[in-house]
Design a protein around this ligand. Structure first.
Ligand SMILES: CC(C)(COP(=O)(O)OP(=O)(O)OC[C@H]1O[C@@H](n2cnc3c(N)ncnc32)[C@H](O)[C@@H]1OP(=O)(O)O)[C@@H](O)C(=O)NCCC(=O)NCCS
Length: 159
């Protein structure tokens, strides 16, 4: 049964393979992948703490099934004006080989539970208008369309 957990060295090999495939799809291989490969323990530990990203405190969580890494969720605990427009509280991706198996839908549900347990009453989630898969993920999790402009749909989920 997959679970949403803090980054862990246990999924090293599947994480490196999955993230390499994710970034290859985008046509860029980030330098941090090489750093992760050389010292995965330190890499995972540095991501296992809530840290400042996008100018706000951010928690990174990995969706894993035993040794298999499936995807990442980023929970942004606050919003900036930029994140209000695009980005929202929660971002996610599933590695290419694991898509269309319901993982993103389950990941977002687990992330919403975590946000509710942290005392949040509502989360903003955004996606590109043409990202049909992400729209389905958000709507299945109760997302209500708030606004849509410039190719970005902004959804609110009551927790
Ligand atoms: C969007 C993404 C997270 C979906 O992950 P996933 O694990 O495949 O999603 P799920 O299996 O939970 O599928 C959710 C729904 O989308 C549909 N779906 C998935 N991929 C699809 C595709 N390529 N085209 C059309 N529909 C798709 C599924 O059939 C499912 O529909 P249903 O609810 O009617 O059954 C994944 O494609 C991804 O990581 N994409 C790149 C990053 C990204 O777009 N992140 C979101 C940014 S807002």
């Amino acid at each position: 049964m997959p679970e949403l957990i803090r980054p862990t060295p246990v999924v090293r090999d599947s994480y490196l393979a999955g993230e390499r495939a994710t970034w290859q799809e985008l046509g860029a291989l980030p330098s941090w992948l090489g750093e992760a490969e050389s010292d995965f323990g330190s890499f995972a530990a540095s991501r296992a703490v809530t840290r400042e990203l996008w100018g706000v405190p951010t928690t990174e969580l990995w969706f894993v099934d035993g040794p298999a890494y499936l995807g990442t969720v980023m929970i942004r605990h606050q919003l900036t004006p930029q994140l209000e427009r695009e980005g929202g509280h929660i971002g996610y991706h599933v590695v290419p080989a694991e898509r269309r198996r319901g993982h993103a839908t389950a990941m977002l549900a687990a992330a919403c539970t975590r946000c509710r347990d942290d005392g949040m009453a509502e989360v903003l989630i955004t996606c590109q208008t043409d990202n049909i898969a992400s729209r389905r993920v958000i709507e299945t999790n109760g997302g209500k369309l708030d606004t849509e402009s410039n190719g970005i749909r902004r959804y609110l989920i009551r927790l």
